[in-house]
Design a protein around this ligand. Structure first.
Ligand code: ZN
Ligand code: ZN
Ligand code: FE
Length: 698
C-alpha cells in the first residue's frame, strides 16, 4: 500500500470475489476519520508479497489527496490520558490514528511523518512498535509520541523558563489562572490567551491589555455539563460542541452570574467550546472553572504561531505554556451557531479546513483564487476539486500581508499546485488583488457580490438560474461605488443586477464604519437636509453642532463621502437611530447587539418604495424617527422589513433564492427568511461572509 498523488493505492493478490469483499469491508470498517470519495480497482501484473506493508513514496506531481483538518482528542486517547496504568498517562500530546493534529503539522504531501513537524522527533522503541503494527490503533499514526520521545511542554514567565516537571507545569498554569493571571497557551493551530472566565478582574484586565473593549471572548469548558450551566444548549448545538471538530458554538447565555459580565458585554449570547487537545483536558481537569480562550493576536494581526510571535504580546500575558513542536499552518478556532438545525458559520478554520469541495464541472485549468481582503481565505482549484484554506484573517498590515502570502504559498506547495490563472476581486486596492498582479500569471477579476452568490452555487451544485441576495458591509461595484445591498440574477457564467438599495453617503468614509451615527446622520440629511442638525435624537446629539455643520458640508459637496448601498451600514444606521449604539469597536457589533431586541410577536413592517430598481428607504427612516427610539419596536420592524423586501423581489422574479454576504450571519434574519420562503439556500459549510469569496471566484 502507498500514497500517490491521487490517494491510496493498494496492490493485492486475489480473485475478483475477494476484492469485492475487501472493498465492502473497507467501506464498512473504515477508521472514524476516513473520508472515501471513491474506490475503484483494476487488474495489474501479478506480484508476490510476503506481508502487508505501507511503503513510502515521493511526491513530484500535483497532489490530489485531501488533507485532514486537525481533529480533537478521541475518546480512547482521553481514556488513556487519565489512566494511571497507561504509559501515556498525563501525556499532553497523546494521539492516535483517529485524532490529533494534521493540517497544522503538514509541510508537504504525502502525509508521512517526515513531511510533518514531527520529523525531528525520533520514535522510541515502544512507539515504533505501535507505529509498525497493523493491528495497533496507532499503526501509521504520523504524530505519535510519548513521554520518552515526543514533544514536551515548557512553562516560562516573561524572562525565564520555569524548571519543573511536565505535570507540575500544568499544575502551575492552573494555579496562575485561578490567581487571576493571564497565560498564553500554545494550542493546536496557534496560541490562546487564557484567564479565569468567572473572574471579573481577570477578564477586564485581559480586555484592557488586549485593547479589546467589547468584542465577545470565547469560553472553553471541560465538558458538556459545565457548558450547560452557562448557556441554553439544544441537541443539535450539543452535537456540534462535542463533535470531533469542536468549534466555538454561539449559544443563548443563561441568566446567571457564573461567567464574568465582561465576557460578552451587551449581548445575550456566549461562544462556548469544549477543550479539544490533550493539553486542554489536563489543564481543565485541574481547574474547577471555565476559561476564556481567545486567539492570541493583536487586533487585525495574524494569530501567534511560535515563541517569537507570542513574545511580541509580552505585555498581555504573565506566563506562557508552550511546547517544542512547530505549527506549520496556523488555524484559528472555528465559530458557528445553529439556525433551524443547520450550522451557520462565522469562521471556518480548525476542524473543518482545509475544506475540500467537489466541483461538478471539471476545470481545464488550475485556478488560484485569492478571495477578498477581510476574513480572507484562499482556494486552489484543479480538475473536480477545490481546496479552501482555513480563515487567514484581515489583510490590512504589513504582517498580515506576509501571513497571507505564506498561507497561500504553503497551500500551493503542499499540493504542488501551479496556477494557470489567478482569480481575484475587482477591488483595485485589495492587498489580494495587488498580490495577484505581482505574480507572473494571468489574472481575472470577479465582482464581489457575484462571487458571494456563486460560492454557494458551486458548493451546493446549483446550476439553474437563481435570485442572489448579496448583502454585506462593502464590496467594489462595477460602477466603482461601494455595493452591499444587491439583488442579482445569476445565470450560467454571468449576472444581472436587477435591484439594489438606493445608495447613501458614508460621511468620512472609513470613519463612518466605526461610527454608525455618521451613517444615521447621512440618512437624515437625505430626507431633512440641513434641518437634521436640529433634531433631538441620539444619533444627532452624538455630535457637536460644529461637527454636524462640517459633516453637512461634506455630505453636500461629496467630500470624502463615497456612495454605498450596503445593508451592513444600514444595520449600523438603525442601531444608532434607535439609540442603541453610536460608535462600534468591532465589526458586526451593531447586528450582534440588535438581535436580542427582536420580538417575534411584532410583525409590522416599515414602508419603502422601489423606484427604478432602487429600494428607497426614506419612508422607513421617517417611521423609525416616529417610533421614538423604542428599541424593541424599531429593531423588530426593521428585521421584518428586510424579510419583506426579499420576499417582494422573490414574488416578482419567482426564482430560487441564494443568500450570500456577511449580513446573513444574523441568525434572526436567516431564521425569518427560512420560515417565510422555502426555496432558499445559504451555505452550510462556509461562512456567508467574505471567507466564502475565494470559492465563488473559481
Ligand atoms: Zn486518539
Ligand atoms: Zn515514544
Ligand atoms: Fe462581502
Amino acid at each position: 500500500m502507498y500514497n500517490d498523488s491521487y490517494g491510496v493505492k493498494i496492490e493485492i493478490n486475489c480473485d475478483y470475489k475477494t476484492i469485492e469483499n475487501f472493498v465492502s469491508d473497507i467501506n464498512r470498517d473504515k477508521p472514524p476519520l476516513a473520508k472515501i470519495d471513491k474506490i475503484s480497482y483494476i487488474q495489474v501484473a501479478p506480484k508476490s508479497f510476503a506481508d502487508f506493508s505501507i511503503i513510502k513514496t515521493k511526491a513530484t506531481k500535483q497532489q490530489h489527496t485531501k488533507i485532514s483538518p486537525d481533529i480533537s482528542i478521541c475518546d480512547e486517547c482521553q481514556e488513556e490520558l487519565t489512566d494511571p496504568n497507561n504509559r501515556r498517562y498525563g501525556y499532553a500530546f497523546i494521539t492516535c490514528v483517529s485524532c490529533g493534529p494534521r493540517w497544522s503539522i503538514i509541510k508537504s504531501l504525502p502525509y508521512d511523518r517526515e513531511n510533518t513537524s514531527f520529523d525531528k522527533f525520533v520514535m522510541c522503541e515502544k512507539c515504533a512498535t505501535e507505529y509498525t503494527d497493523p493491528t495497533d490503533r496507532r499503526y501509521h499514526a504520523q504524530p505519535i509520541g510519548c513521554h520518552d520521545c515526543g514533544p514536551v511542554l515548557n512553562l516560562r514567565d516573561k524572562d525565564k523558563d520555569i524548571k519543573t516537571s511536565q505535570q507540575d507545569m500544568i499544575a502551575q498554569t492552573a494555579k496562575q489562572i485561578k490567581d487571576g493571571l493571564i497565560v498564553a497557551i500554545k494550542g493546536v493551530g496557534g496560541y490562546h490567551l487564557v484567564c479565569d472566565a468567572t473572574d471579573d478582574r481577570a477578564v477586564s484586565l485581559l480586555r484592557q491589555r488586549k485593547r479589546r473593549p467589547h468584542k465577545p471572548f470565547a469560553v472553553m469548558t471541560r465538558d458538556i455539563d459545565t457548558a450547560k450551566k452557562l448557556a441554553h444548549i439544544d441537541t443539535k448545538e450539543q452535537k456540534w460542541l462535542q463533535s470531533s471538530q469542536r468549534p466555538i458554538v454561539v449559544l443563548g447565555k443563561k441568566s446567571n452570574d457564573i461567567l464574568s459580565k465582561h465576557i460578552a458585554p451587551d449581548i445575550d449570547k456566549v461562544g462556548l467550546f469544549l477543550g479539544y487537545s490533550p493539553l486542554h483536558m489536563l489543564l481543565l481537569d485541574m481547574l474547577d472553572t471555565p476559561i476564556v480562550a481567545t486567539s492570541a493576536n493583536i487586533s487585525g494581526e495574524p494569530l501567534c504561531m511560535n515563541s517569537a510571535d507570542i513574545d511580541e504580546l509580552k505585555d498581555i500575558w504573565d506566563y506562557c505554556l508552550e511546547y517544542n513542536r512547530d505549527i506549520i499552518n496556523s488555524s484559528d478556532d472555528s465559530v458557528l451557531c445553529v439556525v433551524k438545525d443547520k450550522p451557520l458559520f462565522y469562521r471556518v478554520a480548525r476542524g473543518f479546513a482545509p475544506l475540500a469541495i467537489k466541483l461538478h464541472k471539471k476545470l481545464e485549468k488550475n485556478v488560484l483564487c485569492v478571495g477578498a481582503n477581510q476574513k480572507s481565505t484562499v482556494c486552489i482549484a484543479f480538475e473536480n476539486t477545490a481546496i479552501v484554506s482555513p480563515h487567514i484573517g484581515d489583510i490590512d498590515s504589513v504582517k498580515s500581508i506576509k501571513h497571507f502570502e505564506t498561507s497561500t504559498n504553503n497551500l500551493k506547495n503542499i499540493y504542488n499546485f501551479k496556477p494557470d490563472t489567478i482569480s481575484t476581486d475587482k477591488h483595485p486596492a485589495y492587498e489580494t488583488t495587488k498580490y495577484a498582479s505581482r505574480q507572473n500569471t494571468k489574472t481575472k477579476t470577479v465582482q464581489h457580490h457575484y462571487a458571494h452568490i456563486k460560492s454557494v452555487m458551486i458548493e451546493q451544485n446549483i446550476t439553474t438560474k437563481v435570485l442572489g441576495v448579496s448583502w454585506d458591509g462593502t464590496g467594489y461595484g462595477d460602477d466603482g461605488t461601494l455595493w452591499g445591498g444587491e439583488f442579482i440574477v445569476c445565470d450560467g457564467d454571468d449576472y444581472d443586477r436587477i435591484c439594489s438599495f438606493k445608495p447613501f453617503k458614508l460621511i468620512g468614509n472609513h470613519k463612518a464604519i466605526k461610527e454608525p451615527a455618521r451613517v444615521a446622520v447621512s440618512l437624515l440629511f437625505d430626507i431633512y437636509g440641513r434641518q437634521a442638525i436640529d433634531m433631538d435624537i441620539g444619533s444627532v446629539r452624538h455630535f457637536s453642532v460644529q461637527q454636524l455643520s462640517s459633516m453637512y458640508i461634506m455630505w453636500q459637496k461629496d467630500i470624502n463621502s463615497p456612495l454605498s448601498s450596503s445593508v451592513g451600514r444600514l444595520f449600523d444606521a438603525v442601531a444608532s437611530l434607535c439609540g442603541l449604539i453610536h460608535t462600534i469597536t468591532y465589526e458586526g457589533q451593531s447586528g450582534a447587539t440588535m438581535e436580542q431586541y427582536f420580538d417575534i410577536d411584532i410583525t409590522e413592517t416599515y414602508s419603502y418604495d422601489i423606484i427604478d430598481d432602487k429600494i428607497d428607504i426614506s419612508k422607513m427612516i421617517k417611521q423609525i424617527i416616529d417610533d421614538k427610539q423604542n428599541k424593541t419596536l424599531i429593531i423588530s420592524k426593521f428585521y421584518r422589513t428586510l424579510v419583506d423586501m426579499i420576499y417582494n423581489i422573490y414574488q416578482r422574479e419567482r426564482l430560487p433564492i441564494v443568500l450570500g454576504g456577511g449580513v446573513f450571519q444574523s441568525p434572526v434574519l436567516v431564521r425569518l427568511l427560512k420560515e417565510k420562503i422555502t426555496n432558499i439556500t445559504i451555505s452550510n459549510t462556509l461562512s456567508p461572509n467574505d471567507g466564502a469569496i475565494c470559492l465563488g471566484q473559481i
